[in-house]
Design a protein around this ligand. Sequence first.
Ligand code: PA5
Length: 465
Amino acid sequence: MAKITIDFNHMLASGIGEHGICEEEIARYAGRIAKVHEGLCAKRQMNAWRELPHNQDEIVRDILQTAEKIREKFEYFVVFGIGGSALGMKALFSALKHPRYNELPREKRQGPKIYIVDNVDPDSLNALLDVIDIRKTAFNVITKSGNTVETMSQFMVALSMLENLGEDLKEHIFLTTDKEKGILRKIANEYGFQTFVVPDGVGGRFSVLSPVGLLPAAVIGIDIEALLRGAAEMHALCQKPALEENPAYMYAMLYFIAMKKGVNISVMMPYADGLLCTAEWYAQLWAESLGKKVDIRGNTVHAGQTPVRALGVTDQHSQVQLYNEGPFDKIITFVTVQNFRTNMQIPASPIEMRDTQYLAGQSFNKLIASEQAATEYAVTSAGKMNMRITLERVDEESLAALLFFLEMATAAAGEFLEIDAFDQPGVEAGKIATFALMGREGYEQKAEELSKKEKGNPDFCYECN
Ligand code: PA5
């Protein structure tokens, strides 16, 4: 059973003083919850990501079988995907597996070494080829649209290398894509690659609990049934209509009120290395879902709140100065873990260290918890909005519950803002320009438009030779 506590007290004026949200504001906007709930219920059919915790028994069986096959046969598992097709899996991997998973000997890992490759930096791609043996590698190519240039170009590298080695492509390639649309789907059908489907109504950033995240997770021994159980538990809570019972609605409402007050930055600051990728996943979810030029009526609104990922305690020594003393423009969401997998003591020093002897015999667990409490105390005393999400432990159930909570909160925030939280025209614009610049057929007009782009004023461009 997932145990998570979500504490909003330091968002409120009663918790932090004049810069917090007051009772009148809550009373004013709580009246909108019924409409938010209605909106989400009306979209439920379109929002198939909400059904993922409940309707995948057969898919899970297929995934487990395939994962077993991959585990037995391969030493390396490479995931190609970007954005929503990578960030969810990165979050699962870094939170749930050994922090040095790939460096462990095989008998201490529950699967092949894993590499999740999103960017197209040639140095990184080349470096990957230095550490894997293509003959012993399975590739999971993930793209819902089936057209994404980064993923498709990486796929081409894998295909060509496998082909050059005379390997059977079908043995090495596993595709995750739309059931009908896109180039990848066509290729899958034509060549008979084993394929998993990203269901309709599951956008990239809401796809972590679909085969997008589940297949790679299962390959490295993450308990995917427990993931779905944890999400289902959180769903039960976050589909309740009443604000006082539904933490996703409370999150959405408080963040919405904060945005109205000009608080336009949302910092997620986990105090656990393994949860930094969860903050990165959240950054995409919150940014891409809420950052919209127009509302549902077509009015120009330029909605959104900029997400920032920070890491406790590391960023106490870089960003916290700004959080404490800078502008009142951000909410800090602390994510804390009550029970780490390890209890590690600080030993007494064998050399004279008089002023630090008080640490001896205490634990790093206490140290990290104390540093979080101290930072929270400091930002609260400075009157800065903050909140805390506490996981009793980081396991499949609680992590999936956290992810699902944030998905529901994002969808509800979209309703408050009256924008479409599920499209991404700003991302599409960049994708189209890239096709044009790379000479894709059908994008000639865009290429011409781009070639005419003004070069800019040289007085505002500097070079150091
Ligand atoms: O959330 C989204 O929709 C995007 O971030 C996509 O996941 C990303 O652009 C990759 O798209 P695709 O899965 O179609 O390759």
